[in-house]
Ligand binder design. Structure first.
Ligand code: FMN
Length: 212
């Protein structure tokens, strides 16, 4: 497995030395996550989010919208009508996986859906017209269609609709906040992988090195 991972690593940017303390690893993981929120090109800007429900497990890509090491929280935005939100109503456990520049970070936690509070209002206010379009489809995401469709009403099908035309999307918009309870960090390097884990116990984070 380690060799396979190292092979995948080939061709990416040169190895950065792995931190040699657990505090350094913690800083490395959260620095990546926090930077990605503000940098579109950051490899952690998108992640894979896994949820589960009565119909089984599923995973999909989302954009990371918030990361805060002080509270151990990650945030993303989604449509209240989507399958992932239906999953979270059934089971709030969630996992997010990030990879880039030779480091994988896996976060597991408990999700809270904020649909109608001040935090969601503020996030909506800060959302561009382009991003708001995603919440303006007439039918819920995943609704079958007889032909290829954006799902958008005609007047919103332009690339960047005027902001005032996007207000109706607020109803479908939600912020998903994840209280992380465990974080797994894996550093790939040809000379040997390195792995560390962090888990929340009460107010404290316990940490350990692990065999990769
Ligand atoms: C690069 C990329 C970024 C995406 N960002 C988001 C996002 O931030 N929120 C979201 O709900 N869906 C996002 N999507 C769409 C989801 O991957 C998914 O197709 C959609 O949310 C429906 O998922 P569900 O049926 O599992 O709920 C993104 C897809 C891609 C490819």
């Amino acid at each position: 497995m380690a060799d396979e991972a190292a092979t995948e690593r080939d061709g990416e940017s040169a190895d950065r030395a792995a931190p040699d303390t657990l505090d350094g690893v913690w800083d490395d993981a959260w620095s990546r996550l926090e930077a990605a929120v503000h940098r579109r090109q950051h490899p952690y800007r998108t992640c894979v989010v896994a949820t589960s429900g009565d119909d089984g497990v599923d995973a999909r890509t989302v954009v990371l919208r918030g990361a805060d090491r002080a509270t151990g929280t990650l945030r993303f935005h989604s449509d209240r009508r989507s399958a992932k939100l239906a999953h979270l109503l059934q089971d709030r456990r969630i996992a997010l996986v990030f990879y880039g520049d030779g480091v994988q970070v896996r976060a597991r936690g408990i999700a809270t859906v904020h649909a109608a509070d001040e935090g969601a209002d503020a996030a909506w206010a800060a959302t561009s017209a382009m991003s708001r379009r995603c919440y303006l489809t007439s039918a819920a995401p995943g609704t079958p269609s007889e032909s290829p469709t954006s799902g958008l009403p005609e007047e919103l099908s332009m690339l960047r609709p005027p902001l005032e035309l996007t207000a109706a999307g607020r109803d479908a918009f939600a912020v998903i906040a994840v209280r992380v309870h465990s974080l797994d960090w894996l550093h790939l390097a040809a000379r040997g992988q390195c792995r560390a884990g962090f888990s929340r116990e009460g107010d404290r984070w316990m940490s350990t090195w692990m065999v990769p």
